[in-house]
Design a binder for this molecule. Structure first.
Ligand SMILES: C[S@@+](CC[C@H](N)C(=O)[O-])C[C@H]1O[C@@H](n2cnc3c(N)ncnc32)[C@H](O)[C@@H]1O
Length: 281
């Protein structure tokens, strides 16, 4: 081999090595190239994206409008937050994995919704989501149960939508499914919806007597104790701060605000205003 051929070969091998080093070392480490892998570990649950078709149905189920503030707990690549922002809502993703947070911000910028779609790195169990009007989540059954007390303490009327997993004995107010034809290709093709109920457990004073209520999530039962009688409260139901129940032939509907309830009772076609104050929890 002549010196010139040796030199040419050396230059070629050197150039190819430098190119290979540049290309192969940058892809996995270069932050712009970060691509999450379905099933990759997360702090408390793996990353799996909600199917886009289900994401839209979840936002429909949560009746998300431009008036809402949507918070996705464990926001992954940001798709639910971005879809909510595209509806004009303010939206926040709380995500533990910083690479997913950075990816979500890039995705939001690409979709032109960075103003409305925000992302923070954080642990959902240590984060404040009390300002949300709608909470979305795709976690696990036991994580839903861990979050349930904090969710039940949210403002009555806050809407909760969960991909696939339920809330134990707190039965869903509504559920939906997305079929394969509609674009759902995994086993995670259904979502559940709840409205945080007002708290009505306790003793309430009505003009005609004392109302003793026992609450189980959005349902309640109890008794009305008058001077002469003890009448059962039936079909007690809450939807956010809206309340309805029956005592005998009277159907009560109204609103709960803290320790007061007001509304209308209907009996044999005639309507009467009613008002109650809580006197004990
Ligand atoms: C199943 S993925 C759902 C992603 C997204 N919400 C969606 O529906 O496409 C769950 C996400 O929660 C994140 N995660 C797990 N534990 C978390 C925690 N304690 N705090 C915040 N995020 C968490 C994971 O990194 C993952 O991105």
């Amino acid at each position: 081999m002549t010196a010139t051929r040796f030199l040419r070969k050396f230059v070629l091998v050197f150039t190819l090595s430098v190119m290979a080093l540049c290309c192969f070392s940058q892809t996995p480490q270069g932050r712009d190239e970060y691509e999450p892998i379905e099933g990759q570990p997360g702090k408390d649950v793996i990353w799996l994206p909600t199917e886009q078709a289900l994401a839209e149905k979840m936002l429909n189920l949560g009746k998300v409008t431009s008036q809402d503030y949507v918070i996705d707990l464990g926001s992954g690549d940001g798709r639910i937050v971005i879809a909510a922002a595209k509806r004009g809502a303010r939206a926040l993703g709380i995500e533990y994995n910083p690479d997913l947070v950075a990816l979500s911000k890039r995705n939001a910028a690409r979709e032109g919704v960075s103003e409305k779609a925000k992302f923070i790195e954080g642990d959902i169990f240590k984060s404040d989501f009390t300002q949300a009007t709608v909470i979305t989540m795709f976690l696990l059954p036991h994580l839903n149960l861990q979050l349930r007390p904090a969710i039940l303490d949210l403002k009555p009327g806050t809407r909760i939508v969960s991909n696939s997993f339920d809330m134990g004995e707190w039965t869903a107010d509504e559920s939906v499914a997305v079929s394969r034809d509609e674009g759902c290709e995994t086993v995670h093709c259904q979502a559940h919806f709840w409205i945080v109920p007002a708290k009505v457990e306790g003793t309430w004073k009505l003009p005609q007597g004392e109302l003793e209520l026992r609450q189980s999530f959005q349902m309640f039962s109890g008794d009305l104790r008058t001077a002469a009688d003890r009448l059962p409260v039936v079909d007690g139901r809450l939807s956010g701060d809206r309340i309805s129940f029956k005592i005998g032939y009277d159907h009560y509907t109204g609103r709960v605000v803290g320790n007061t309830m007001t509304g209308t009772s209907t009996s044999s076609g005639s309507k009467t205003e009613w008002h109650a104050n809580r006197v004990a929890n």
